[in-house]
Each structure stands twice: as C-alpha cells, then as structure tokens.
Write a new protein. Structure first.
Lengths: 185, 185
DNA sequence: CTTTTATGCTAATGGCAATAGCTAATGCCT
DNA sequence: AGGCATTAGCTATTGCCATTAGCATAAAAG
C-alpha cells in the first residue's frame, strides 16, 4: 500500500476545491477523502476533525483575500485607494463566491482567526489613514465600509439581486455613497 | 397511544423555537421531534423532509418580518418612513438573530419563497415611493437599502462588530448616509 | 356501528463523523 | 546496509441523523 503523500496543506487544497465546486455545505470529510484518494479516517492524521478543517479553510480564505486587498491599495491613496479596496473585495467574492461563505464574519473574536482577521483589518485601516480619524470615528468608518462591502458581496454571492443587470452600476453607486459620506480630504 | 395533535404549524413553531434557542445548525428533525414529544418519523406526516421544514421556517420568518416592516412605515412617509423601516429591520434581527439566518437571501428566485419575498419588496417600494424614481433608479435605491440593512444586520447577528459599543450610533450614521444619498424630496 | 382516513409507532437502511487498533512505509542513526 | 522509532494510511466499529416501509389505532365520516 503506497502512501498518498498527504499534508495538511493538500487536504485544505482539496477542501477549498470542493467548496468551489459544490458549495460550503458539501464540505464533508468523506468527500475530501475521496478527492484525496484516501479513506476518510486517514484525514485525521492531518486535521483534528471537521470543525478544524473548516477553520483552516476559513483562515486560508481570509489570508488570500487580504493579499488581494493589499495589492489593490498599493500605490494608491485617498478615495482612489478606498474605491479600489472595495472593488477588490467584491471581485474576490464574485470570483470565489462559495469561498466567501467559508469566511467567518467575526474573525477577531475567535482565536483561530484573530491573527488573519487583524491583518485584514490593518489593510482597511491603511486605506482610511489619510483622513486622520480619531478612534471612535475610525471605528464608525470601518464599520460603514464593512457593512457596504459585506452586504453587497454576500447578497451577490447568494444570488440575492434578482437580475444581474446593472450590478456594476449599483456597486459603483454605493462606493460613491460611502465616499461622499467621508469628510473632504 | 394518545395522539399528540400535531399540525404543520405546530411543527414549525417547534422548529423556530429550536432555532432561537440553539441556532440554525441545530435545526434537525430529531430535535424537533423530541421537542414535539413525538418520534422522528412522525414528523413526515406534517412535513415532507428536512429541506421542506427549513423552507417553511424561512417563509414564516419573511412573513413575520414583513409584518413588522409594514407596521414601521405605517403613518409615516419620506425620510421618516425610510429610517423607521431600516430601524425595524435591524430590530427584528437583534431580537431574533438566529431566525435571520433562516431567511433566504434570494427569496424572489425560489418559487417557495417568491410570494413572501414579493410582499416584503412591496413594503420597501412603498417607503421609497415619494421619490418617484423611474424603474432603473428605483432598483438601484432598493439595492442600496438592502445592502446597508442586510450588511449591518448580518454582521451584527453574527457578532461581527467586535465591541457592541456604540453600535446604535454606527447604525444611525449609515441610515443618514443612505438618506443623504437620496435626492431631495 | 362500521368503514375509512390519517396519525403516530417500531424497525430497518444508508450516509457521515469519529475512535481504536493494526500494518507498513519512511526517516534516522549508527 | 541494517535496525528502530515514527508516522501515514487502512479496516472495523460506534453513534447520530434522515429517510422509508409497514403496522396499529385514534378520529372522523357514513
């Protein structure tokens, strides 16, 4: 019996691919095992249990998305950076709608996600830095940005918008709405 | 063997109570059956299967919420009605966070939810009527309202906002942001 | 009072998560 | 090269849940 050469990373790869193809609800150890060409109990050598695998997938998604957000704001500043950040957020979700569902909504409150969530938060803070908000106003601004971007993305990922018609236009409008709500620079 | 006197409505009652108490993931036929004082297979006399029960719960939640939204705008108009609508939406979610997760995001696209979803949509349209939007602008306005209200509500229901501190203030700010984005009346 | 209908039951099947314990491949260390 | 410890993978098993089949009896209809 030859070895499959699994590693935790490859198990997570398979899990992510499965989520992409069949949705988050299809993320089962049995399905991941089959995709890895292995019996289900073998996965426990690389992952503690199903909950652990879900966590690992979530962390990977946060990191991946954070990378794209960071790229989106690099070399930009002010309203330009913020708009680019918001568009990058939406782009990630439209490219990988099922992955977005694997991302925890409250990463900062769960130790397993805290570090990844913090890095994403830092990117958002960086985009808003030019405004020089004090602490409470910065918090409100970050929350408003998240509300818009998460609201739009989760509705779009779930097909919640009826016709896809003019969705780009709607998104540009909510970006403008958010920017107009920020103080002049 | 005395009868339990179950009906579909009472099964859904039990399901909703279960969701409230233990979250949407705990909605299982076995648990509902126990709560009804009945063996699990007996539920199939009132509900086709688990998916059907989930649908029934979702429909009930949409109707319930629609009722509260309609109450919130009655006797009001313009910005007053819109703000009241948005607050009522959030209130429902904070009062029943787990139920909100049972509500489908794209009701209009699923036949089982279409009627209920349409009634909710009509309430939102009613609140925006004074602006006299043409079709495309009305669509954008409704979408923007949903983005904000769903984004905020789903983040709050999932505990996604770190400290609950000043959440009311954040919500009032995003309401103002949305109202400021509407044309003058 | 009989007949029909519908409600609830027990028994059984199949899928999935998880654990226990075995076997063999791999890596390390002379 | 040979020996040993480690580790990856396997089969077997348990338990929970959804679902189906078939039975018994309560309630309703005549």
């Amino acid at each position: 019996m030859p070895r499959a050469g699994l590693t935790q990373a490859r198990v997570v790869d398979a899990a992510v691919a499965l989520v992409d193809e069949r949705g988050l609800a299809a993320l089962t150890l049995a399905a991941v095992a089959e995709r890895c060409g292995v019996a289900a109990p073998s996965l426990y050598k690389h992952v503690s249990n199903l909950a652990d695998l879900r966590t690992l997938v979530g962390v990977r998604v946060i990191h991946e998305m954070t990378g794209q957000l960071a790229t989106a704001i690099s070399g930009r500043s002010g309203a330009d950076a913020v708009a680019s950040l918001m568009r990058a957020y939406r782009d990630y979700v439209t490219e990988h709608p099922a992955r977005y569902a694997a991302m925890p909504v409250d990463p900062l409150h769960q130790p397993e996600f805290a570090e990844a969530g913090l890095r994403m938060l830092e990117v958002i803070q960086a985009a808003l830095r030019p405004w020089g908000f004090d602490q409470p106003n910065l918090i409100h601004a970050i929350r408003a940005a998240r509300v818009i971007v998460h609201g739009f993305a989760s509705l779009e990922a779930a097909g919640g918008f009826g016709l896809p018609h003019d969705l780009d236009e709607t998104f540009e409008r909510v970006i403008r709405m958010f920017l107009a709500d920020l103080p002049e620079l």
